[in-house]
Write a protein that binds this ligand. Structure first.
Ligand code: SAH
Length: 345
């Protein structure tokens, strides 16, 4: 079994690969079509390729670096996939169906190094995901041709910048998903926001804020981050470069950041910025926090709207399978789960 993974390679890279195998270049484009557009999961399906080439490819390569080892379906239709990576690490991604569209929530790291106090993903951190491992999550879960993709799974996308950008390019050019359908969510890595702005990719930026002042923010997000003033400047830069309205996520934690005073302070912070606030009532993930009462959530929302800030309350999906915001975590496999019996494609 080879270690080369086709998902993660561009058409040009696939062309080079087939040339190295002594085949004409156009075979690379055919393979890209199978892998990215038709979602082929085994070489046998690639019927317009010569049998001999299919055999040689299967000797040296796997298609998708992810092996799905567990699928959980929520009563609301949300599906959580647990996949095993070649080194035995695991990653989760979530498929969220809506009436007329679908959203796929992908992870960018195994675990997360940030350690937000209320989030299960930060309990341990192992490594960055490769671009192929990120795109692989989309390929195993997508049903429609053009799903919405949110980088809101495990990990901090902007701390894995190179692989994030490569994954965005693959999703855009190879899988054919429009950049405007893609949202990258960050805890507030200012340098990363600036670098992403310079690429002018038209992807949406979401910023996980959770607090309207630096003091409270530092308490909830213990990793040292640039102050809110710099973060807001970077968001403006992103908006000017892309003309995309910025989203802010705000996890509402009972008695901590959910008062009307906090809402007024948040409205002041965001005043004038073309943005939208997603209020996320806390989902049970780690202990010590509670979800505010419905009424508190509504009051917070109301203050923002009255202050002229566009805002909605994000209702959780898939919480019965631990697939909601903040519930994805790094799994440690039991020996039987980590047994890979031969080739999985
Ligand atoms: N690291 C990136 C990507 C993860 S996005 C980021 O922080 O933006 C995941 C979203 O779920 C973030 O907005 C996060 O704050 C939110 N979240 C984390 N734990 C949560 C919880 N227990 N309940 C509700 N939302 C949570």
């Amino acid at each position: 079994m080879g270690q080369l993974m086709l998902v993660g390679l561009t058409t040009q890279e696939l062309e080079k690969l087939v040339e190295q195998l002594g085949e004409p270049k156009f075979r690379g484009r055919q393979i890209a079509m199978w892998v990215y557009r038709k979602g082929a999961t085994d070489f046998g399906a690639m019927t317009n390729l010569p049998k001999e080439l299919r055999r040689r490819l299967s000797d040296v390569a796997l298609i998708n670096p992810l092996e799905v080892i567990d699928v959980k379906v929520s009563s609301d239709g949300t599906v959580k996939y647990l996949s095993r990576l070649h080194d035995g690490e695991t990653v989760e991604c979530v498929f969220i169906p809506h009436d007329k569209w679908e959203t796929i929530c992908v992870s960018t790291q195994v675990g997360c190094p940030i350690g937000c106090k209320f989030c299960a993903s930060g309990e341990s951190y192992a490594r960055n995901l490769t671009a192929g491992e990120i795109v692989g999550q989309v390929l195993i879960s997508k049903r429609r041709e053009s799903p919405n993709i949110v980088f809101m799974g495990m990990g901090e996308p902007l701390l894995n910048f190179g692989n994030l950008v490569k994954a965005l390019q693959l999703l855009n050019h190879e899988v054919g998903i429009g950049a405007r359908r893609i949202t990258v969510s960050t805890v507030g890595i200012v340098q990363g926001i600036r670098k992403l702005a310079q690429l002018k990719m038209q992807v949406n930026l979401a910023v996980s804020l959770h607090a309207p002042n630096d003091e409270l923010r530092q308490m909830l997000i213990p990793t040292k981050l640039p102050p809110l003033s710099e973060l807001i400047n970077a968001c403006w830069e992103y908006f000017r470069a892309t003309k995309r309205r910025i989203s802010f996520e705000y996890v509402l934690l009972k008695g901590i950041n959910d008062s009307a005073k906090h809402a007024f302070e948040l409205a002041r912070l965001l005043k004038g910025m073309p943005c939208h606030v997603n209020l996320i009532p806390y989902n049970h993930a780690v202990s010590n926090f509670e979800r505010p009462a419905e009424e508190t959530v509504r009051r917070f929302h109301h203050v923002l709207i009255e202050q002229g800030i566009s805002a909605t309350i994000r209702h959780e999906r898939g919480s019965d399978i631990c697939g909601a915001c903040g519930q994805l975590r790094r799994h440690h496999l039991t020996p039987s789960m980590s047994l890979r019996n031969g080739r999985h494609q």
